[in-house]
Design a protein around this ligand. Structure first.
Ligand code: NAD
Length: 311
């Protein structure tokens, strides 16, 4: 049986375990600093397995040794946004938490592939790779699957067409400057602009960019977790089943799109080795302007991290 450990058993971590358990993919470990909480959630979920018909093991712990021998480590530990906060506002607190989660898990699972969610996402993925000196294939940030799914959901609501026919691609950093690729997105192969008016499409693009903030404003005490956690499960399955599935994720750039030494959102191919290939989209002049703005925002947070942590 494969093994997946989730660090941070809060809303996103425990909901990731839930979606993963439904997929019957791997034994699961939940780790959190709060005493009793990961143990309680793991036991509750384990007690649901007879109903689902799954024989996976689910354990909770406050000790990293429980993660020993994991195939995948998912990092969701850290503070989430509250109304009025940007993802970047979380940098100082979360850099310490993620740095520790990355180094402690690496001691017990030196061959694991990391999926990072903690915000600011692109920069936390960068930190995870750098502190453990990992090859880039083994660290992937979750953002684009969620952002693209949000755009698909809004388009399905607008057009009344099944989400299965809607294919959206989002590029760039996981922030309000992300670049929804309307030119490359389609409904059953037909360009979006043939289905809906330019005004409506622009409104959907804007709602996608601010999709995380919309949920934060509604919840008031935390941020989205169902959709991000479902994205984690899709990524983990693509890896463990060696699917070579192309999904938008945050990946370390080594010359792709002219970028270097930065984690940035792009479609990538996921398989058993992790991030197998970065897919490069040809960008037109308008897309390039948005792309550059997004790069600048992510670079700024990477620079702020380098001032905080020696990596
Ligand atoms: N990339 C994405 O798409 C995405 C989506 C959702 C959430 N997030 C991010 O994920 C993080 C968690 O969000 P959430 O909604 O689950 O928050 P949450 O508050 O519900 O859960 C966070 C958990 O982390 C735990 N924690 C704190 N320090 C820890 C440590 N040192 N070791 C282990 N656990 C620790 C807390 O006890 C808490 O249970 C936030 O940074 C949030 O912004 C990212």
């Amino acid at each position: 049986m494969n093994k997946i450990s989730i660090i941070g058993a809060g809303m996103t971590g425990s909901t990731s375990a839930h979606w993963l358990a439904e997929r019957d993919l791997a034994d699961l470990v939940l780790v959190d600093v709060v005493e009793g909480m990961p143990q309680g959630k793991a036991l509750d979920m384990l007690e649901a397995m007879p109903i689902i018909g799954s024989d996976i093991e689910i354990v909770g712990s406050n000790d990293y040794s429980a993660t020993k021998g994991s195939d995948i480590i998912i990092i969701t530990a850290g503070l989430a946004r509250k109304p009025g906060m940007s993802r970047d506002d979380l940098l100082t607190a979360n850099a310490e938490i993620v740095g520790k989660a990355a180094t402690e898990t690496f001691k017990y699972s030196p061959d694991a592939i990391y999926i990072v969610l903690t915000n600011p996402l692109d920069t936390m993925a960068y930190l995870t790779m750098k502190v453990n000196k990992l090859p880039r294939e083994r660290v992937i940030g979750q953002a684009g699957v969620l952002d693209s799914a949000r755009m698909c959901a809004f388009l399905a609501m607008e057009t009344g067409i099944s989400v299965e026919n809607i294919h959206c691609y989002v590029l760039g950093g996981h922030g309000d400057e992300m670049v929804p690729l309307t030119r490359h997105s389609n409904i059953a192969g037909i360009p979006l602009c043939d289905y809906i008016s330019a005004d409506k499409l622009e409104a959907i693009v804007n709602r996608t960019r601010k999709g995380g903030g919309e949920i934060v404003d509604l919840l008031k005490t935390g941020s989205a977790f169902y959709a991000p956690a479902a994205a984690v499960a899709q990524m983990a399955e693509a890896i463990l089943k060696d699917r070579h599935l192309i999904l938008p994720c945050s990946a370390y750039m080594q010359g792709e799109y002219g970028l270097r030494d930065i984690f940035f959102g792009t479609p990538v191919k996921l398989g058993r080795k992790g991030m197998e290939q970065i897919i490069e989209y040809p960008l037109d002049a308008d897309e390039k302007v948005l792309f550059d703005k997004s790069v600048a925002a992510v670079q700024e947070t990477h620079e702020a991290l380098k001032k905080l942590v020696k990596i």
